[in-house]
Design a binder for this molecule. Structure first.
Ligand SMILES: C[S@@+](CC[C@H](N)C(=O)[O-])C[C@H]1O[C@@H](n2cnc3c(N)ncnc32)[C@H](O)[C@@H]1O
Length: 452
C-alpha cells in the first residue's frame, strides 16, 4: 500500500465529507500510519497542496472530464485532484502520478472508477501548469490570472487588493505567502523563561518584532521541547503576540488594574496578557462563549490568576468600575491565516460575512460598554477584509463622537515601515506573521462626554 498517498486521500476525504480541518486531521493520520521523514513530508505536501490548489485543479478537471464535476462521487473527485496535483504541481513523473492514483482508486474501494481516473488524468497530463493557467484565464485581468495561478477565490483577491492596492507584484507576493509552508512561532512567556533560553533550546531564531518570539524555520516538534512541556512557552504566531503586547502598551491615564479578554478561547492571547498583567499587578478576566473553548483557556493560563468565564459577551453588563483595558479578538473569516489552514480559502464564502459582521459589531459595542471612561479597547481580527476591520471602526466612531481612535503604531514600534494609518494591518508577505488587524479606541471620559 502507498501509505503517503493513502494518508493524503484520507485527509482530503475528511475535509470534504466531515468538514474536518486538515491541520488537525493530518497529524493524526500520519501517526496512525506510522509515517515519518520523507514519507510524512510527501503526505503533507500532497494533502495540503491539493487542498490549497483545489479551485484551480477543479477548473482543469472540468475541462478534462466527460462528466460534470458535481456528478462525480466525492471520493473519485478527490482521487482526480490528487492525481492532477501531482501532475501539475510536483516533479513526480507523469507515469508514476497516473499509475499511483489508479492504484489508489483500487486500494480505496473505487475500482470501478479506475478507468475513468486514468482517462481524465491522461488528458490533464497533456499540458503543463502554465499552459492550463493560460487557457483558463484567457482574457482575464492580471489579478484574475494571479487568482488562478495561486488558486485563490476572486473575492479573497478582491479583499486583499482593497487594502494593498492593485499592484500585481504585491498581490502576487501576498498570494504566494498563503501557499508557503508557514513557520512555527513560539512565545517565551515573560516571567517563566528568557527568550534566549528558548532560542537555545529550540534551535530557532529570535522573532524580529516581539521580544518574546522565537521562529522555528525547520518546522520541528515544538510539543517535545522542555519549555513547552513545562509550560514556560507556547506556540503563538508573532503577529498575535504583537496584538496582545500592543493592548498592554496603549497609553492609559488612571488605574490600570482590570483587564478583559472578551473573546478569549482558546487562550493564546489570554496567556500572554496574563503574564503581562501579573508583572504589572493587574488582573485578567477571560470571557468565552463555548464551554469547551473556555476549558482550553483555563489550561492555557494555568499558573496565572485568571478569571475564566463562560457566556455570551454581548450580554455582559458593565459594573460600576469598568475595565481599564479590553481586548476584542473577534471571531472572523480568518482570511489572515490562510497559510495555516489549507482548506479555508475554498470553505469560506462571502456569505460568512453576513453572519460575522453583525456579530463583530455587537461584540465591539459590548467592549465599548464594558471599558471604563478613559479606558482602552483593542479591536483585533485575523482578517484583513475591510468589512471586518476598518468598517467597524468607522461605524463605531460615527456612532459615538466621544470615542477616540488612538494611533496604534507606537504600540507596534518594532515594526518598521507601517503605512500612514492609525490602525495597523500586518501581512504574511511583509512581516512573516498572520495578517492581524489592530485598532485602538479610547472611550470618552465623562468630562469629554459632557463637552459634547
Ligand atoms: C478569534 S477567536 C479568539 C482567539 C483568542 N483570542 C486567542 O488568541 O487564542 C474568537 C473567539 O470568540 C468566541 N466567541 C464567539 N462569539 C462569542 C460571543 N458572543 N461571546 C464570547 N465569545 C465568543 C469564539 O468561540 C472564539 O473562541
Amino acid at each position: 500500500m502507498d501509505k503517503p498517498r493513502t494518508v493524503a486521500f484520507t485527509v482530503l476525504q475528511a475535509v470534504s465529507k466531515d468538514d474536518a480541518y486538515a491541520n488537525l486531521t493530518l497529524p493524526n493520520q500520519l501517526g496512525a500510519a506510522g509515517l515519518t521523514g520523507r514519507d510524512a513530508a510527501l503526505a503533507t505536501e500532497l494533502s495540503y497542496g491539493c487542498l490549497r490548489a483545489s479551485g484551480t485543479l477543479d477548473e482543469v478537471l472540468r475541462r478534462c472530464s466527460t462528466r460534470p464535476l458535481p456528478d462525480i462521487e466525492i471520493a473519485v473527485l478527490n482521487l482526480l485532484r490528487l492525481g492532477a496535483y501531482q501532475l501539475l504541481r510536483t516533479r513526480i513523473p507523469t507515469h508514476a502520478a497516473v499509475a499511483t492514483t489508479v492504484d489508489l482508486a483500487r486500494s480505496t474501494g473505487n475500482t470501478r472508477a479506475a478507468g475513468f481516473v486514468n482517462a481524465v488524468l491522461r488528458k490533464v497530463a497533456a499540458r503543463d501548469f502554465d499552459t492550463w493557467c493560460a487557457e483558463i484565464t484567457e482574457g482575464a485581468s492580471a489579478l484574475g490570472q494571479l487568482a488562478v495561478r495561486h488558486s485563490h477565490p476572486g473575492w479573497i483577491v478582491g479583499a486583499f487588493t482593497d487594502v494593498l492596492g492593485d499592484d500585481p507584484a504585491e498581490i502576487e507576493a501576498a498570494l504566494s505567502a498563503d501557499d508557503a509552508r508557514p513557520e512555527t512561532h513560539l512565545v517565551a512567556w515573560p516571567g517563566r523563561i528568557e527568550r534566549d533560553e528558548l532560542v537555545a533550546q529550540s534551535g530557532g531564531t529570535p522573532g524580529p518584532y516581539s521580544p518574546y518570539a522565537v521562529r522555528l524555520t525547520e518546522g520541528g516538534e515544538p510539543a517535545a521541547l522542555p519549555a513547552i512541556k513545562g509550560r514556560q512557552a507556547g506556540v503563538q504566531d508573532e503577529g498575535s503576540q504583537l496584538c496582545a503586547l500592543a493592548l498592554a502598551a496603549l497609553p492609559l491615564s488612571g488605574p490600570d488594574e482590570r483587564w478583559l479578554d472578551l473573546c478569549a478561547g482558546p487562550g493564546g492571547k489570554a496567556a500572554l496578557l496574563a503574564a503581562l498583567a501579573t508583572d504589572r499587578g493587574a488582573h485578567l478576566t477571560a470571557q468565552e462563549l463555548h464551554p469547551h473553548r473556555a476549558e482550553l483557556i483555563t489550561r492555557a493560563t494555568e499558573g496565572w490568576d485568571v478569571d475564566v468565564r463562560v457566556g455570551d459577551a454581548r450580554k455582559l453588563q458593565p459594573d460600576e468600575r469598568g475595565y481599564d483595558r479590553v481586548l476584542l479578538d473577534a471571531p472572523c473569516t480568518g482570511l489572515g491565516a490562510l497559510r495555516r489552514r489549507p482548506e479555508a480559502r475554498w470553505r469560506r464564502t462571502p456569505d460568512d460575512l453576513a453572519d460575522l459582521v453583525p456579530l463583530q459589531d455587537e461584540l465591539l459595542a459590548a467592549a465599548l460598554r464594558l471599558v471604563r471612561p478613559g479606558g482602552v479597547v483593542a479591536y483585533v481580527t485575523c482578517s484583513p477584509h475591510l468589512a471586518e476591520t476598518e468598517d467597524h471602526i468607522t461605524r463605531a466612531l460615527q456612532a459615538d463622537d466621544t470615542l477616540e481612535l488612538l494611533d496604534a503604531r507606537p504600540a507596534f514600534n518594532t515594526v518598521c515601515g507601517l503605512p500612514d494609518s492609525a490602525t495597523v494591518q500586518l501581512w504574511p508577505h511583509r512581516h512573516g506573521t498572520d495578517a492581524m488587524f489592530f485598532a485602538a479606541l479610547r472611550r470618552g471620559t465623562p468630562a469629554s462626554s459632557w463637552a459634547h
